[in-house]
Design a protein around this ligand. Sequence first.
Ligand SMILES: O=C(CO)[C@@H](O)[C@H](O)COP(=O)(O)O
Length: 228
Amino acid sequence: MAVQINPSILSADFSRLAEEAKAVEGADWLHVDVMDNHFVPNLTLGVPIVESLAKATDTPLDCHLMIEDPDRWAPQYVEAGAGSVTFHVEAAAAPVRLAREIRAKGARASMALKPATPIEPYEDLLPELDMLLVMTVEPGFGGQAFLDIMLPKIRRTRELISKHGLQLWLQVDGGVSASTIEQCAEAGADVFVAGSAVYGADDPAAAVRLLRDQAAAVTASAPWACAH
Ligand SMILES: O=C(CO)[C@@H](O)[C@H](O)COP(=O)(O)O
């Protein structure tokens, strides 16, 4: 599979999470935004809800931890049933140890960069990861405008992945929609988180398919595209 679409449940109706998860079955992963009101100025959900969601859907969970002290909490999200756990490098005390622990527990390890965090200092960490997330908005809220000044960072990250011959996925998150997904794909992203563009659509499952088709059309000719 060359591209993946991960609907973000931040834009879903939290009183009907199980139904909202089922509404996007067919998506590659369900993106779960965990916020603690410290690392970001918003509060969402935690381990018990992830545990319930994992039982309510067959779609694997991609948990994005926008929290302080991910070194302590990330392993608990793996135990709760997440198939992929993303921690922020700005918050992690020991990112290499944490990535190894997530992998050892059986999940994919992923690291996120806020918009002002460059990728270059972390080049040597890339082999420790299964996915790198380049935020295309300031983390904390859905429905924000896509930051197109992140496109060069996506491009540079793709170049580093190719330079090292790695298979890790490159995810973008924030303001991803039918208007912006092609630019992200052209820059080298292959995993796309979309909240309002999916859950704001009349037919969320159809929105996922359309976004996937748009991105796939771009990456089909990309030299870095490969089977995951
Ligand atoms: O992590 C975040 C926001 O911090 C995202 O996952 C948003 O939930 C994406 O929502 P849209 O920008 O697609 O509406």
